[in-house]
Design a protein around this ligand. Structure first.
Ligand SMILES: Cc1ncc(COP(=O)(O)O)c(C=O)c1O
Length: 328
């Protein structure tokens, strides 16, 4: 989005400065605001890290102009990184486990990336191993590794978090966000807690994911449909610092799906399932603050809508839960 009153020199300048929109379905005394990341040129929050990570790696000389960037990704990071890579004269190669949305792969290819598939069973760790193999075979190749590089959370510390502070000042009681790599939540939480000590930090995962075990909570591992957040191997998300998180909320696929459909029909937000899950958890957090069940330094909750529902039309995201689940 960014400023529309001056011409932008490149698409990279249009990343970030997304709108912060108040949700209708929240308690009146505790408003919930969502950072709507669909306004980025690649349609997701991951445009931010694509730009930030690649600019820093080039500055540090970890890769040079004309080199290759190889990244394991379920999709949105590939799209964001492809946009930045091509503008910064890098060749993007993405390793994608089977089973994620087809739209994302098509968009990565349209943006000039090479897409390599690995079996869905191998998961993100299988994709990471394959990315390292590919990088080792090429000259001047780098694997940024969004799950491990501090540059991921730094992108959100410097941009998403600061934008939220610019919009709300110190009136922030809780930050609620879905966690995949954890970069979004960690970066925003660090920025906000520097200005608002004691801000409540809530991570969101799908039911069936096991991030909750990091805080000693019982979790039953199971498959889930919600895309972009959650894990079956919490140790992969090296950026996620359990000490910086107050609570990890599990949201069922059914609740996330109902909420993303409600957000579309009632509030005009076309957002994906991870946004549905974040919205459920953000509204619950606001209700608990409103009822006095939760201590928070201010009566306001902030969340993030990471991507668009249009990205999942082939997966029947709009309509019955059974059709999305693949059981209709
Ligand atoms: C749709 C979607 N939502 C949420 C996330 C989670 O963001 P993060 O990796 O910063 O935790 C991702 C990450 O890939 C995503 O693709």
């Amino acid at each position: 989005m960014t400023a529309h009153d001056t011409p932008a020199a490149s698409v990279l300048e249009t990343i970030g400065e997304t709108p912060l929109v108040e949700l209708d379905a929240a308690p009146q005394s505790v408003p919930v605001y969502a950072k709507v990341e669909t306004f980025n040129p690649g349609g997701s929050v991951k445009d931010r890290i694509g730009k930030h990570i690649l600019q820093r790696l080039l500055e540090r000389g970890e890769v040079s102009s004309g080199g290759t960037v190889v990244e394991p990704t379920a999709g949105n990071t590939g799209i964001g990184m492809a946009i930045a890579a091509r503008q910064l004269d890098l060749q993007p190669v993405f390793v994608v486990p089977d089973g994620f949305s087809e739209e994302k792969e098509r968009l990565m290819a349209a943006l000039g990336a090479e897409v390599v598939n690995v079996s869905g069973e191998a998961g993100m760790s299988g994709a990471t191993n394959r990315a390292r193999e590919i990088a080792a075979q090429r000259e001047d190749a780098v694997v940024p590794q969004q799950f491990a590089t501090p540059l991921n959370a730094e992108a959100h510390y410097e941009t998403t978090g600061q934008e939220i502070l610019d919009a709300l000042g110190e009136e922030i009681g809780a930050v609620v966000a879905g966690v995949g790599s954890g970069g979004t939540l960690m970066g925003i939480a660090r920025a906000v807690s520097e200005r608002v000590p004691g801000v409540r930090v809530v991570a969101v995962e799908p039911e069936g994911s096991t991030f909750g075990t990091l805080l000693g909570e019982a979790r039953e591992e199971a498959d889930y449909k919600t895309e972009g957040i959650g894990t079956h191997d919490p140790d992969v998300a090296e950026l996620l610092d359990p000490d910086a998180i107050d609570e990890i909320v599990a949201v069922s696929d059914r609740e996330a799906h109902a909420e993303l459909n409600r957000l579309a029909a009632e509030e005009g937000h076309l957002v994906g399932s991870s946004a549905g899950a974040a919205s459920v958890a953000a509204r619950e957090t606001a209700e608990r603050i409103a009822e006095g069940d939760l201590d928070a330094p201010a009566e306001t909750v902030v969340t993030v809508f990471p991507d668009s529902g249009e990205r999942y039309l082939s997966k029947n995201i709009y309509g019955s839960f059974e059709a999305w689940e693949g059981k209709a």
